[in-house]
Design a protein around this ligand. Structure first.
Ligand SMILES: Cc1cc2nc3c(=O)[nH]c(=O)nc-3n(C[C@H](O)[C@H](O)[C@H](O)COP(=O)(O)OP(=O)(O)OC[C@H]3O[C@@H](n4cnc5c(N)ncnc54)[C@H](O)[C@@H]3O)c2cc1C
Ligand code: FES
Length: 259
């Protein structure tokens, strides 16, 4: 799939909490087909201190409005500058990058998103729903203010919320939720994105039960297209670039996930 480099226009910045926001951008050319799991490399505009592009999963696409959205957690300088953008500003984006989630092995599918790890799951839930699969989403966040887009997630899936502080849904980490503790056998495939420790724990639960599991890695990236080798993931088939061979991998081939 051809990669585009385009000057998008900022349409909106929706603040969900002090540090969590979505960035809605309008593309100057018709958007190509983008598959769930793919990401973009975003250049922070007019910054004197942030030179490298920042990678973000494509959160939502509106082909009617020709817009894409990112769900972003403020972490450092780059994401702070993005949070402070204003409508009509111009922002350069390379997309669509990376592979995407592959088809599930069966019709009963569980998507697990931790924090902004929910970002690639919204489009995946929509696609699987359109394929008439039974989709459950297990969504964990620190508190209720960081649980976002419940309306859309519920439209495409049966949504199960967990919060660390119990302010919404099940109190505790996703890995402690009965869905993973007791009801795991009903799923044919599990897709995971979130903090590394969460992905490893969920993958172990799935692999121990021989359930097909795909994870979307968020390794630190610089170039985003296979040139700098800073995003390597160790697999049973040798080292792979997370930006070009991933970010989505079968958990069973990731060496660090098999220990
Ligand atoms: C494929 C992919 C998809 C991602 N999708 C999302 C998303 O949808 N929403 C979201 O909020 N974040 C996402 N991230 C993480 C996001 O890229 C980083 O949080 C962001 O680059 C931090 O930039 P910063 O300048 O604010 O932070 P910095 O000041 O540069 O660093 C703060 C922290 O962010 C982490 N970080 C920095 N640069 C990267 C990087 N290039 N890749 C990964 N982690 C980094 C570091 O661990 C560091 O501790 C994704 C990362 C990857 C690789
Ligand atoms: S980010 Fe440069 S090779 Fe992956």
């Amino acid at each position: 799939m051809a990669k585009l480099i385009e000057d998008f226009t900022v349409v909106d910045i929706n603040l969900y909490s002090d540090t969590l926001f979505s960035l809605v951008l309008k593309c100057p050319v018709p958007l190509p087909t983008i598959n769930p799991g793919q990401f973009a490399q975003v250049l922070v505009p007019n910054s004197n201190s942030v030179f490298l592009r920042r990678p973000f999963s494509i959160f939502y696409i509106n082909y009617d409005n020709n817009t894409i959205s990112f769900l972003i957690k403020e972490k450092g300088k780059g994401t702070t500058e993005l949070k402070n953008l204003k409508p009509n500003q111009i922002i350069n984006v390379i997309f669509p990058l990376g592979n995407s989630f592959s088809e599930p092995k069966g019709d009963n599918v569980l998507l697990v998103g931790g924090g902004v790890g929910i970002a690639p799951m919204l489009m995946l839930a929509k696609k699987l729903h359109e394929q008439n699969r039974n989709v459950d989403v297990l969504y964990g966040a620190v508190n209720s203010s960081e649980i976002v887009e419940k309306y859309f997630l519920s439209k495409y899936s049966k949504l199960h919320v967990c919060t660390d502080d119990g302010s919404e849904g099940f109190k505790g980490f996703v890995t402690e939720n009965p869905i993973l503790k007791q009801n795991i056998d009903k799923y044919d495939s599990i897709y995971v994105c979130g903090p590394d420790i969460m992905m490893k724990k969920v993958a172990k639960i799935a692999l121990d039960k021989n359930i097909h599991c795909q994870v979307s890695l968020e390794n630190t990236m610089a170039c985003g297209f296979g040139a700098c080798l800073c995003c390597v993931a160790e697999t049973v088939n040798g080292n792979k670039n997370t930006c070009t061979d991933g970010p989505v991998f079968d958990a069973s081939i990731l060496t660090n996930f098999n220990k």
